[in-house]
Design a protein around this ligand. Structure first.
Ligand code: SIN
Length: 555
């Protein structure tokens, strides 16, 4: 079945919906999402959105903090754009009805929180569930718009790419790939649909599920990264995986984050014996940059052999804690932890991909008519380490950039015909039914890959572990390639393939970077090497093929 839209938006988080609302002013928009429309990374963002809104703050200070966090790899023009656009984008969300916590007077219109690495209070928030508040407001606006159609339970399989020859007269002077939409599995009907579009936007979020422990929801399987890579796009900086220092450590708490805002309100990290250890690691103590705090916790846990550390906020007033952190308070209480009395057991977990699909300042990828926005993109804002709460801001600013660029080209695009669409996919599973024995192949590979990434490509890396990871990953990919193609198409299989692709790309980037910078810490190259490595790590299909061909047994 074929659908034609002006814009195809893949992902229903803040990036996709912000773009859709702008795009719908000129054209028709399809928003596709593989699960429920609210099941996005945005929905789980607790802390908030960083922006210069306080009387003691300035653009220069926010720019400086972002650059320090990024450790030499931020693109300064992008940082400047994002920071300066912040207040306008926040006001748009306010005008749509987002219930941000308000400040005390006109000079301080918002209650601004503090997170690691920020030199001022600048986090606009809706209590401790900012993402949920933003997501609901944007979904309501998108659903009310006559030009926007939302397709739930639609999983993107691959992009539709047309290969064009650019000619001067009758001579082809170069070849260019152009994105014309995507092949999409309608999961409920078990039917593959062709969505044709004049511009396609990838905003599929992150890939936290590539690691055993993550703060991310189950949907974070790196789909956008994998499909962009397969289509031939350039990706960058995938070695910079941000580990959030404080995820709840409890057997029944799956992926639950304890927001950095808790440390912003005075929470301190303690070891099992009650010793505050962050002063041993950085003058900013518990509010140091995330890479420093996560590595400090990792070091303490290795030193003591303890399974977790503790985050203590019990010195703050009970009513304040219940009011400021209602979500965290309730979740912990449901597991028998009263945060007003008990220190919270926490561990680091994979949280955010600072790298992604390489884009320019307009959100354009290296493929014509393909844009990437949000966590799946690498715009140059985060560099080697993202400053806390800069990501929702980046998503809004780049959605705005991409929408403007698309709007200016839309009429021109409408004049052109779509090419013939090749049929690329086999039969989906009959009613999603796959045999149990086949499911075991999928879940086994899924488990070993996530454990491998956690143990060998985690917070602290070495050359040996990375080489071993590359070898084991090659085996896993081989098993997927040799034994899984006969399984009928289904979401678990597609997600496994995507995750495996992303894992391989993370390893590839981590092996390439022979230094330690920001979130990439390699004990065999502990220093920064500005002369050789003050640059992005760029990968495309060809680089990875070269690297993998050096493994014995790989063609
Ligand atoms: C948090 O609330 O700690 C997460 C905020 C972020 O990742 O920017």
């Amino acid at each position: 079945m074929e659908h034609v839209f002006d814009y195809l938006v893949i992902g229903s988080g803040i990036a996709g919906l912000s773009f859709a609302l702008r795009g719908a002013r000129q054209g028709s928009v399809a928003v596709v999402t593989k699960k429920d429309k609210l099941e996005t990374n945005t929905n789980y963002a607790q802390g908030g959105i960083a922006s210069v809104l306080g009387p003691d703050d300035s653009f220069q200070l926010h720019i400086r903090d972002t650059l320090i966090a990024g450790d030499g790899l931020c693109h300064e023009d992008v940082v400047d754009l994002v920071v300066r656009s912040g207040p306008e984008r926040i006001m748009e969300l306010m005008n749509l009805g987002t219930p941000f916590n308000r400040g005390v007077d006109e000079e301080s219109p918002f209650d601004l929180g503090r997170e690691g690495g920020h030199s001022r209070n600048r986090i606009v928030h809706a209590q401790d569930a900012t993402g949920k508040a933003v997501e609901r407001v944007l979904i309501a606006a998108a659903e009310a718009h006559p030009n926007i159609q939302i397709f739930e339970n639609h999983l993107v399989l691959d992009l539709i790419i047309a290969h064009q020859s650019i000619k001067a007269g009758s001579v082809a002077i170069r070849h260019q790939d152009e994105c014309c939409g995507a092949y999409i599995l309608d999961i409920s009907r078990q039917e593959i649909r062709h969505f044709l579009a004049r511009a396609t936007l990838l905003c599929t979020g992150g890939a936290g599920k590539v690691y055993l422990y993550t703060s991310n929801p189950d949907v974070a399987t790196g789909d956008g990264l994998a499909i962009a890579y397969r289509a031939g796009a350039r990706l960058a900086n995938l070695e910079f995986v941000q580990f959030h220092p404080t995820c709840l450590y409890h057997p029944h708490a799956k992926n639950f984050l304890i927001s950095e805002a808790v440390r912003g309100e005075g929470g301190r990290l303690l070891d099992k014996r009650g010793r505050a250890f962050m002063e041993d690691y950085h003058p900013m103590k518990d509010l140091a940059f995330r890479d420093i705090v996560a590595r400090a916790i990792d070091t303490e846990m290795k030193k003591t052999g303890d399974d977790c550390v503790f985050l203590d906020i019990t010195h703050r007033d009970d009513d304040f804690l219940k009011q400021r952190f209602p979500n965290i308070y309730q979740k912990c209480l449901s597991l028998g932890i009263d945060i007003t009395r008990d220190p919270i057991p926490v561990v680091p977990a994979a949280h955010y991909m600072c790298g992604g699909i390489l884009t320019d300042i307009l959100g354009q990828t290296s493929i014509e008519n393909l844009y990437a926005v949000g966590e799946c993109a690498c715009t140059g804002l985060h560099g080697a380490n993202r400053l806390a709460s800069n990501s929702l801001l980046e998503a809004m600013v780049f959605a705005h950039q991409a929408a403007h660029h698309c709007a200016a080209r839309l009429e021109d695009r409408r004049m052109r015909e779509f090419p013939e669409i090749p049929i690329c996919f086999g039969t989906p599973a009959n009613n999603g039914a796959i045999m149990q024995s086949e499911m075991i192949l999928i879940s086994h590979n899924w488990d070993i890959m996530r454990r491998l990434m956690w143990n060998y490509v985690g917070i602290v890396r070495t050359d040996k572990r990375l080489t071993l990871a590359r070898m084991h990953m090659a085996q896993i990919r081989l098993e997927i390639r040799e034994h899984l193609p006969n399984i009928p198409l289904n979401s678990d299989l597609v997600e496994l393939q995507n995750l495996a692709q992303v894992a391989e790309l993370i390893i590839c980037c981590a092996i390439k970077r022979k230094e330690s910078r920001g979130l990439h810490f390699n004990l065999d190259h502990p220093g920064k090497d500005d002369a050789n490595w003050r640059r992005d790590t760029i990968v495309s299909r060809k680089d990875v093929v070269d690297l993998l061909c050096s493994i014995p047994g790989r063609e």
